[in-house]
Design a protein around this ligand. Sequence first.
Ligand code: HOZ
Length: 420
Amino acid sequence: MTSRSKTLFDRAQKSIPGGVNSPVRAFRGVGGSPPFMVRGQGSRIWDEDGNEYIDYVCSWGPLLLGHRPPEIVEAIERALSTGTSFGMPTEREVELAEAICDAVPSIEMVRLVNSGTEATMSALRLARAFTGRDLAVKFEGCYHGHVDSLLVKAGSGVATLGIPDTAGVPKAFADSTIALPYNSPQAVADAFERYGDQIAAVIVEPVVGNMGCVPPASGFLETLRELTSSYGALLIFDEVMTGFRVAFGGAQALYGIRPDLTTLGKVIGGGLPVGAYGGRRDIMSMVAPAGPVYQAGTLSGNPLAVAAGLAMLRHLKAHPEIYSQLEVRTAQLAAAAPAGLTVNRVGSMLTFFFTAGPVTDWDSAERCDRPRFAQFFHWMLDRGFYLPPSQFEAAFVSAAHSEEDIERTAAVIRQFFTGA
Ligand code: HOZ
């Protein structure tokens, strides 16, 4: 471990729980201690000790264009020159809302918030208000932020650290959640048969990123759409990770499913903190002050974050070829894995699962050889490649990753497996 980072991590643990402001980055899933970062540019990041890494975390997804893309930096600088926050409406918020509605047809109205967690929490509240029902269906290994009732059988850091479902979550909240196996249409059908008149919503990551990358099986999302519609429940796509990542219109464009509500975050903030929830006009019209469902935020629609997000969406709209480039580059990276290892990939999201697989749900993800994954992670880190420090997180490729970056990374991955 490099010395300045280690010193900082020791110091951080005295004033910050676990030394980090979000659990997975503490490296407990892989051992060791995290490098502290000082700078990023394009596909690269540099730590406190001057080590350079090719970055496949990309701030956990937001940096679709890599670090410090000029169009986003300029947009932030322009916004900065006029004020950091007003707590009043601005024209750019309307433009960002219009850009989101334009790109994602199921979103007829949208509310900006500050994080993905806020977005899912608010969407669920809204679904409960709209349907007059309390229960929510979620899937094991999916993570929808640290919303009380959605921490049941959650992925991401909860899975990485093996944290119990309900520490600090009132039993009544946990009881309002039905957690089912991902990719099991039968389990969803059974739940609706039993509780159909009480279920407000099914919330799902249409491509899971938070137990590693797990794509939906053919027909799974269609079943969710059919069952929610026939029982009068809402379908919420949590596209915080997949929105503008797996396709410009998100996973719903890729798979041709129209959810009732969608949550967004990550890419729509261009690297600054933004979340959003939106969907059908009749549902969104219930949000205060238009309707009775209360949700608010001092920094919601923050000018810097909105400027960054708008610049990102405008750039992606003007350059659709980015998605085909990401597809090719990420497929090239996935191909570095040897036979016997499972690689799941959708667009520029991917995970090397240390199991012969297949990995289709939480039970199969959990069977991975985590100590071996940790060895792999450190092998890569020591050679200047930063992958997610958990078997249960997706890696991300950005438009800034060159063919040469990918080739170098693939060569080092192959060396790990051949022992060369
Ligand atoms: N839980 C997020 C990724 N799935 C963020 C992790 C972090 O920022 O440490």
